[in-house]
Design a protein around this ligand. Structure first.
Ligand SMILES: Nc1ncnc2c1ncn2[C@@H]1O[C@H](COP(=O)(O)OP(=O)(O)OP(=O)(O)O)[C@@H](O)[C@H]1O
Length: 211
């Protein structure tokens, strides 16, 4: 599903992540590792948000640098700590991302109701609690027809009922639409009830299968 080759990511000339070769099969992959180990850096790189050296290819077809738009249409990302311009409403942001991601008719409304974002649809994000920001970021990451969704710390600040709804929906997308997910969490992912395809350990600037 996702192939990473010769990846090196540095900040200000200091290398924080090296991934010589990583092949992720379709399914749900869980990345674990301590604070500062490189999980967010890896996710932001795969999401196409950070410059890096190497190649990242989706479904043997879309290479992130060679096919920047086609790749980004198929890879969605929710930040661990989302931040948005504070004068925009949930509706503004959902409308903008839905258009960019060519969201099917009715998808925005369905997700807004499922995640409870419709309850604060017209509020500007400056008034949002951290859980409200998290719900909005998850809604935005599910828009369009992604082949791969990266969720960085989806459990943090999410209320229990919404988390259960989210994980049911992830299960549906994985089984019926072949969508793959990469997750990080400092919490116990077995609580999600999801069938994790593979667990990866991130540390010392490398990613290896967890034992
Ligand atoms: N913008 C940046 N500039 C310089 N260094 C950075 C930057 N972002 C992250 N780093 C460094 O890269 C390394 C990996 O950080 P990263 O945020 O990827 O870790 P993480 O595994 O997501 O951590 P956490 O579990 O605390 O969220 C750390 O050493 C961090 O200090």
């Amino acid at each position: 599903m996702l192939s990473v080759s010769n990846l090196t990511k540095a900040y200000n000339g200091h290398i924080v992540l090296t991934v010589p070769e990583l092949d992720l099969s379709p399914g749900i992959h869980y990345f674990r590792g301590g604070n500062g180990s490189g999980k967010t850096t890896f996710f932001r790189t795969v999401a196409g948000l950070l410059p890096f050296s190497g190649t990242i290819t989706l479904n043997s077809q879309y290479e992130i640098s060679r096919d920047p738009v086609a790749y980004r249409m198929r890879v969605n990302y929710a930040e661990a700590e989302p931040l948005y311009p504070d004068f925009l409403t949930a509706r503004d942001l959902a409308g903008f991302v839905a258009q960019a991601k060519q969201s099917p008719a009715g998808q925005v409304e369905m997700l807004a109701e499922m995640l409870g974002v419709n309850k604060f649809w017209k509020q500007t994000t400056e008034t949002f609690s951290s859980g409200m920001l998290k719900k909005l970021s998850l809604l935005l990451a599910l828009l369009g027809k992604p082949a791969l969704v990266l969720l960085d710390e989806p459990l943090t600040t999410l209320d229990v009922a919404t988390a259960a709804t989210l994980f049911d929906f992830i299960r549906q997308l994985t089984t019926s639409q072949n969508v793959s997910f990469l997750l990080t969490s400092h919490q116990d992912v077995s609580l999600t009830g999801l069938s994790i395809s593979k667990v990866w350990q991130v540390g010392d600037g490398v990613i290896v299968p967890a034992t």
